[in-house]
Design a protein around this ligand. Structure first.
Ligand SMILES: [Ca+2]
Ligand SMILES: [Ca+2]
Ligand SMILES: [Ca+2]
Length: 394
C-alpha cells in the first residue's frame, strides 16, 4: 500500500525505546489495545467527515486526535467507528509494545461492525472487508516508515484469479456532489451521495487527487431481493463474508447475546500470513505497526441503499499480551548468561539492539550502561543489550 502524496506521517512517541529500556515488562504496565493512530487517510465515502467528525479548519493532526479519541486504548464494546471510505482509504496504528508472532496462533484482532444478515441466507451479510498490513519498526525510529507486508486472507486461496493485485484508484473533489474516481484498469465510477448523510463526502483536510494502491478483493454484493417478502423489505442486498484474514469482515462476537464471545477465528490475524510483494510468505518475529484499508470497490446498484462498500474500524488488540512480552524478553537477551560467563562482556557474547536483532560490535565501541535515573540519551548513540545489561555505543 503506497500513499502517493508527499505529505509525511506525523511524529509519534518512541514507545519501543521506553519499553525496552525503562519500563518493566509486566502486563500491568502495558495495554492489549492500540496506543495511538499514526495515519488516517480515508477515501471519499458517506461516513467520511462524520466518523470522526471534520470541523471547519481541522488539520490532519486534529483528525488523528479524533481517531485516537474513538479507538485508542478501547475494546470493541467502548470504541467508536472510524470510517475508511471507499476502496484504498486507510488507517495506521501501533501498540505500546511489539506484538510477537506466536507460532500456530492468531496474534492480534481487528474489530469492525460486520454482522450476520438477519435471514441467515448466506455466510456473513454485512462484510466490508478491509485488507490488513503489518510492519516492523526495523529502523527503530518509532515511525511507520519501514517495509510493509500484506496479510494474505482467504480470497488468495478461495478466489484465485479474481483478486486484483497492484490495483490503483484516484479520487477527485466534487464539492457536495458525487465523487468521481478512475482506476489503473481504465475504469471509472462515482461514490454517490444519499439523503441519509448530508455532509461533504471527500475528506476535507486532504488535497484533491488522492491516489491509493493495493489489492482489490472480488466483489461480494448479491441481490437477494427475490428471496425475502417484499412487505418485509422491497430490496435485500447482502455482502457475503470471506473465511478469514480481513478487518470488518465477520462479526466481533460469535453470539450477540454474549459480550465475552469474541470472534477470534473471524477477526483474528496470524502474523504468519504476511506476504511480500511477490505474495511469498515472510517470516516476521514481531510487528510494530498495523494498517487497514478498504479492500472492496463496489457500490449497491439500488440508490439510497448501501451505497459504496466502506471498511469501518473499531480498534484492535494483542490476543496474547503476556506471550508478546515474554518474546520481547527473550529477543532482547534479558536471560541467564550462557557458558557460565556471569555478565562479563566479550566479543563472543551475543549482543542485541532494541528490536532484538543480533548485532556485531567491538568492546571498545561501548560506553558504560546508561543509568535508568537519567533517561536522556543522545539520539546518535545506539543502545545495546547483552547478557541482560544495557550499553551505549560511542
Ligand atoms: Ca502467529
Ligand atoms: Ca520506523
Ligand atoms: Ca462495516
Amino acid at each position: 500500500m503506497r500513499y502517493k502524496m508527499t505529505r509525511k506521517g506525523l511524529v509519534i512517541g518512541v514507545s519501543l525505546f521506553h519499553l525496552f529500556t525503562f519500563s518493566p515488562l509486566s502486563a500491568q504496565e502495558h495495554s492489549k489495545y492500540i496506543q495511538a493512530v499514526d495515519e488516517y487517510r480515508p477515501a471519499p465515502g458517506q461516513f467520511v467527515n462524520d466518523a470522526p467528525e471534520y470541523e471547519e479548519g481541522d488539520t490532519e493532526a486534529d483528525m488523528l486526535r479524533k481517531c485516537n479519541e474513538n479507538v485508542a486504548g478501547l475494546g470493541p464494546l467502548d470504541a467508536h467507528l472510524v470510517a475508511l471510505g471507499g476502496w484504498g482509504g486507510y488507517i495506521t496504528f501501533h501498540f505500546d509494545h511489539s506484538i510477537a508472532n506466536i507460532p500456530g496462533q492468531r496474534d492480534f484482532a481487528v474489530w469492525g461492525n460486520a454482522y450476520q444478515e438477519m435471514k441467515n441466507l448466506v455466510f456473513g451479510g454485512m462484510n466490508e472487508a478491509g485488507i490488513v498490513m503489518v510492519s516492523k519498526d526495523t529502523n527503530g525510529n518509532g515511525l511507520p516508515d519501514d517495509p510493509w507486508y500484506e496479510i494474505s486472507g482467504s480470497c488468495d486461496a478461495d478466489s484465485v484469479g479474481k483478486v486484483v493485485y497492484d490495483y490503483e484508484v484516484t479520487y477527485h473533489q466534487n464539492p457536495m456532489g458525487d465523487i468521481p474516481w478512475t482506476d489503473n484498469l481504465g475504469q471509472s465510477g462515482t461514490i454517490d451521495r444519499n439523503h441519509y448523510h448530508p455532509q461533504e463526502y471527500y475528506p476535507q483536510w486532504l488535497p484533491d487527487g488522492l491516489t491509493f494502491s493495493g489489492t482489490r478483493l472480488p466483489d461480494n454484493m448479491y441481490n437477494l431481493s427475490d428471496k425475502v417478502d417484499s412487505g418485509w423489505s422491497p430490496y435485500y442486498y447482502v455482502l457475503i463474508g470471506f473465511r478469514y484474514g480481513y478487518a470488518d469482515n465477520l462479526p466481533n462476537f460469535t453470539d450477540n447475546a454474549d459480550a465475552t464471545s469474541y470472534n477470534i477465528e473471524g477477526c483474528g490475524i496470524d502474523i504468519a500470513w504476511a506476504v511480500d510483494e511477490a505474495r511469498q510468505p515472510v517470516n516476521l518475529d514481531f510487528i510494530d505497526f498495523v494498517r487497514v484499508y478498504t479492500g472492496l470497490n463496489q457500490k449497491c446498484p439500488q440508490p439510497e441503499w448501501w451505497g459504496e462498500t466502506s471498511t469501518e474500524f473499531m480498534g484492535a488488540e494483542d490476543l496474547h499480551l503476556e506471550a508478546s512480552l515474554d518474546a520481547i524478553r527473550q529477543a532482547t537477551g534479558i536471560q541467564p548468561p550462557r557458558n557460565g560467563e556471569c555478565g562479563a562482556w566479550s566479543e563472543n557474547t551475543p549482543a542485541y539492539d532494541l528490536l532484538g536483532r543480533r548485532i556485531n560490535i567491538s568492546p571498545s565501541s561501548l560506553l558504560p550502561p546508561p543509568s535508568s535515573s537519567s533517561p536522556s540519551h543522545s539520539s546518535k548513540k545506539t543502545i545495546i543489550i547483552s547478557n541482560g545489561k544495557k550499553y551505549l555505543s560511542k
